[in-house]
Design a protein around this ligand. Structure first.
Ligand SMILES: *Cc1c(COP(=O)(O)O)cnc(C)c1O
Length: 375
């Protein structure tokens, strides 16, 4: 029998979350962002749930090949563009649209031989200082691209650094709008946080519309994590978990006052208590830095972890289970995040927050040794 741990990808939840995100920008088309193997879910596993998107955005060329191999004939966008000249051959062959964020990528295009001119997304660095042409250099890049026979349509793109927080997007919107005002082409600006939080900004037809632009680029919201947790949770945004990580109890231990649990004896019982030992550890992708008190569901009942996370196991407090009158012995079901028994839900954001990280990191870190099914 395989070790009792399993991840489940929820197709209906992916569909629901995509629809929720679209509802925030109803006139825009939506790229489903499936980089990092669909945020750890697996591109092949999310495809059914996300095939209603208008396109797929990602950054590994082999992931683009996988999306085409699934039969997707619609748009695919390479969010970081090409890395070397021969990548352009794959773009031509698979009809990939690609970001252009630096002069080197324009140089590569200028020497590329293709019958089919490429659709490109010219990226502006409007303040995040990661990728893109700075505002003073943006027009020159556009003019250069526009003169290339290898280039078909030029779309305009930027990325917000603070769509999820108090700084917001206003300053970057001003920069982007000022520089691009009279340039033709479609626009794409918004990740999940900008789509959910800012497309309603201002009176109808003003700021909000421009934020939604022609294409939105939702990632994390589609995967059932709130981009601005803990300010808002998935219930606030009406999103559903798309990944459940579940395991079973391998053992229980009865502790007396003063007994400790796990490596480093970081947890000490202050009275008699029962703990369960779960078949999940950091080698499965559970965050090692999750402290005592990190939420977890046992048989659908909310409780907490105790002691350090080890490679293959964690311990959980079974006290709330006794209160709920639930039998929690060997084989009991433990939900590390996602859906539990009896309709219980543990958002991945709560676990991530307890461990000092974000839902993105936990879902991307699901380990290869964990078997995955789709439901
Ligand atoms: C990852 C990424 C997104 C999606 O961001 P989320 O916060 O997951 O919605 C959008 N645009 C770009 C350029 C990205 O790299």
């Amino acid at each position: 029998m395989p070790r009792p741990i399993l991840a489940t990808i929820h197709t209906d939840a992916l569909r629901h979350n995509l629809a929720r995100t679209r509802a925030a920008a109803p006139d825009a088309r939506a790229w489903a962002v499936v980089k990092a193997d669909a945020y750890g879910h697996g591109i092949e596993r999310v495809f059914e749930g996300l095939r209603g998107a208008d396109g797929f955005a990602l950054l590994d060329l082999n992931e683009a090949e996988r999306v085409r191999a699934l039969g997707w004939r619609g748009p695919i966008l390479l969010l970081e563009g090409v890395f070397e000249p021969r990548d352009l051959e794959l773009c031509s062959r698979l009809n990939l649209w690609h970001t252009v964020h630096c002069d080197e990528q324009i140089d590569m295009l200028a020497t590329h031989k293709t019958h089919q001119p490429h659709r490109v997304f010219l990226k502006m660095n409007s303040g995040m200082n990661r990728l893109g042409f700075t505002p003073p250099r943006f027009r020159a890049a556009w003019t250069r691209l526009n003169a290339l026979p290898q280039v078909d349509e030029i779309s305009l793109m930027t990325h917000f650094s603070d769509a999820d927080g108090p700084r917001g997007i206003a300053a970057q919107m001003v920069v982007f709008t000022a520089v691009t005002q009279d340039l033709p082409g479609e626009r794409t600006l918004s990740n999940s946080a900008a789509t959910l939080r800012h497309t309603g900004d201002g009176p109808a037809g003003s700021e909000g519309l421009r934020v939604a632009a022609d294409w939105i680029r939702p990632g994390i919201a589609v995967y059932g994590s709130a981009p601005d947790f803990p300010e808002h949770d998935i219930a606030h945004w009406d999103l559903q978990p798309t990944m459940t990580l579940a395991a079973k109890l391998l053992a229980t231990q009865a502790l007396s006052v003063g007994d400790t649990v796990g490596y480093g004896s970081s947890f000490t019982a202050d009275g008699p208590m029962r703990v369960g030992i779960v078949a999940c550890g950091y080698a499965d992708g559970y965050p090692r830095l999750a402290p005592t008190g990190t939420p977890v569901l046992v048989n659908g009942v909310r409780t907490r972890t105790v002691g350090r996370v080890s490679m293959d196991m964690i311990a959980v407090d079974l006290a709330p289970l006794d209160h709920a009158g639930v039998e929690a012995g060997f084989g009991s079901e433990v939900t590390l995040w996602g859906h539990g028994r009896h309709g219980g839900v543990l958002p991945i954001d709560e676990v991530a927050h307890a461990a000092g990280t974000v839902g993105y990191e936990l879902m991307c870190a699901l380990a290869p040794r964990v078997p995955v099914i789709t439901a």
